[in-house]
Design a protein around this ligand. Structure first.
Ligand SMILES: [Zn+2]
Ligand SMILES: [Zn+2]
Length: 260
């Protein structure tokens, strides 16, 4: 089936690493910065087309992000992996579930198993607490799927040794918490207008791209534009790091809106 290309609107809900920036109880200069672009909630994006709105990941800052961006409704959640900084906001889907009923969620089997254990009251079929959010899980493997007339291609990347999901939606791709990606999966990243990829910090890390690895990856994939996310205070000040990047590469910041 041929699907017409839609205009995608993306909002960076959060661009911080797992503890956010500033980090609790840190005196690091970046944590003390008064520049609003150095304040990073946990990583997530909002993607809209037509009247439909989805989020990729739903971390502990989800409620604050929905209020800040005045989001009236979301139609579903795509999860990359089970870590708390990407999933801990699941209970805050409630206001949307009350509007639409079961909220479609898209996730791999391992993420489903983890959420089912951690949020037993949400997934339980018996004796459900009436106020619990209702979700409609869709298990994602490598097969592309269609949501609201847009094709989503799951891409498997490695977060250290953990296989997790990235997503390509039309000509944008969102890869967070990535340390490596096979050549076979890289084939899904040709001809991108926008590549969003994590770049944790300056020093190397066992499970995340550092800045240099993210820059090398952009060089290899050759998207028209790239935005870095999942940023730690140890990457440095937004303003200073931004100046050193190639002209088609940007540090994302919370609230940044782009089109593709
Ligand atoms: Zn993370
Ligand atoms: Zn993670």
């Amino acid at each position: 089936m041929k699907i017409d290309k839609k205009l995608l609107n993306i909002t960076f809900l959060g661009t911080g690493t797992s503890q956010g920036v500033p980090m609790i109880a840190s005196n690091h200069p970046v944590c003390l910065s008064t520049d609003s672009k150095d304040k990073r909630l946990r990583s997530s994006i909002l993607i809209s087309w037509g009247t439909k709105t989805y989020v990729i990941d739903c971390g502990p800052d989800f409620r604050q992000q929905m209020l800040r961006e005045q989001v009236a409704l979301i139609n579903g959640v795509l999860f990359t992996h089970e870590h708390a900084d990407h999933t801990a906001g699941l209970d805050d889907l409630r206001p949307f579930c009350y509007k639409i009923g079961e909220m479609p969620i898209y996730l791999n089997q391992k993420t489903f198993d983890s959420l089912e254990q951690r949020f037993q009251y949400i997934f339980s079929k018996e004796n459900r607490y009436p106020g619990a959010p209702s979700v409609l899980p869709n298990i994602v493997d490598k097969t592309p799927f269609i949501i609201d007339d847009v094709t989503v291609t799951p891409i498997q990347v490695l977060h250290g040794k953990l296989p997790i999901l990235a997503y390509r939606i039309q000509n944008i791709a969102y890869l967070t918490d990535v340390k490596s990606i096979s050549d076979a999966e890289k084939k899904h990243l040709k001809n991108l207008d926008v590549l969003i990829v994590s770049a944790l910090r300056i020093e190397e890390h066992p499970t995340h791209f550092n800045l240099q690895e993210a820059l090398d990856f952009v060089e290899e994939i050759q998207p028209k534009r790239a935005y870095f996310t999942h940023i730690s205070h140890r990457l440095g000040f937004h303003k200073e790091v931004s100046k050193k990047l190639p002209k088609n590469v940007f540090l994302a910041f919370d609230g940044l809106k782009i089109e593709a």
